[in-house]
Ligand binder design. Structure first.
Ligand SMILES: Cc1ncc(COP(=O)(O)O)c(C=O)c1O
Length: 360
């Protein structure tokens, strides 16, 4: 029987592959004949060790990481990484940051605790409606890394390619487009992402560190829980076991779909039909500059606040959820991450057409 699922456009925690949820459901009480749930067992026992190993192996294959990278399964969300990146790699020195939205600003605020932040670019004056072109980036010339937010969940903009970095290792908050398209991983010193959009449930944060960059981390008088070198390569404390368990199945799902290139094609396809609908006339207004548009979070508005309210209310009545824009910007936002089926995007488009027909 097909379960009754909403067309879920939540920005995060967000829709997960149905197959993954069903698999977890089928073995939640008795994990593979063990008589216990995976969340009732030691994180150092053979069952969980195998889950952890498979999850790392799959992620390594999917991103083509080879032996040059360490993977950490962490708690504390991307927000803790805003602190950990400068704590480990900036400490009293300078780092370059690109400011393309609320999450970038939060990362910058944390970094300022540890050293000098050089803002290489900011789109704040145009309400974060775009990302920079490469030639607009102004480097400090003494940065330890270049930090950027690859996808701006709130404003609906995305770096489709890595920015130029003047030779600096990239430090990336990839929380809202992680594993949605291929990445040039050798350019990254550190990449982090909360799992709760494309990779699993909230509570797990994935941190990927290039080993040579990790070697530069500050190690004197550090707090163990905040130190990448201490955390890397060991289970220092109890990991978020349920998160890693689901993450492993999401990785299996990604491989079954054909990996990141295949997902990228699907994501482009879904976003294209939705943006086409927005651009059809001036009833719906896309908020991001066209060249900067996100394939993950599609943000748009209507001419009047009252009409937007009606749109959100009516969409709920037709089985859609999560379309309200972030409280700081208003309007609408359709988050169409990897696991959002094309049928959901098509259902949204039909709804938008009908709404335009009756209210336009
Ligand atoms: C791009 C981005 N960075 C950081 C965060 C914060 O993540 P967390 O709540 O896991 O700390 C979010 C949350 O939505 C996000 O979208």
């Amino acid at each position: 029987m097909t379960p009754n699922r909403a067309h879920n456009f939540s920005a995060g925690p967000a829709v997960l592959p149905l197959e993954v949820l069903q698999k977890a459901q089928s073995e939640l009480v008795d994990y593979q004949g063990s008589g216990s749930s995976i969340i009732e067992m030691s994180h150092r026992g053979p069952e969980y060790t195998e889950v952890d190993r498979k999850a790392r192996e799959r992620l390594t294959r999917i991103l083509g990481l080879g032996d040059d990278f360490e993977i950490l399964f962490y708690q504390g969300g991307a927000s803790l990484q805003f602190l950990m990146v400068p704590y480990n790699f900036m400490f009293g020195k300078t780092a370059d940051y690109i400011n393309t939205g609320s999450w970038s600003k939060k990362a910058i605020k944390e970094a300022k605790v540890f050293g000098d932040v050089h803002t290489a670019f900011s789109s704040e004056s145009t309400n974060f409606n775009r990302i920079p072109r490469d030639e607009e980036l102004k480097f400090s010339g003494k940065g330890e890394y270049l930090h950027f937010t690859s996808n701006n969940t709130i404003f609906g903009t995305q770096f489709r390619n890595e920015p130029v970095s003047n030779g600096l290792p990239l430090a990336c908050d990839a929380s809202s487009d992680f594993l949605s398209h291929p990445l040039d991983m050798k350019r990254y010193g550190v990449l982090y992402s909360g799992a709760q959009k494309n990779a699993g449930p909230a509570g797990l944060t994935i941190v990927i560190l290039r080993k040579d960059f990790l070697g530069k981390a500050h190690t004197e008088n550090v707090s163990s829980m905040l130190s990448y070198p201490i955390q890397a390569g060991t289970l220092f404390n109890t990991p978020p076991v349920f998160g890693v368990y689901i993450f492993n199945y999401v990785m299996e799902w990604i491989e079954s779909k054909g990996g990141l290139e295949a997902l990228d094609r699907m994501n482009r396809d879904k976003a294209a039909i939705l943006y086409d609908e927005i651009d059809r006339d001036d009833f719906y207004l896309g908020t991001a500059e066209k060249e900067s548009r996100s394939l993950m979070n599609v943000t748009f508005r209507l001419r009047e606040d009252a009409l937007e309210k009606e749109f959100i209310e009516d969409s709920k009545k037709t089985g859609m959820s999560g379309l309200k824009g972030h409280r700081s910007v208003g309007g609408m936002r359709a988050s169409i991450y990897n696991a959002c089926p094309k049928e959901s995007v098509e259902a949204l488009i039909s709804f938008m057409q009908e709404f335009r027909r009756t209210k336009g």
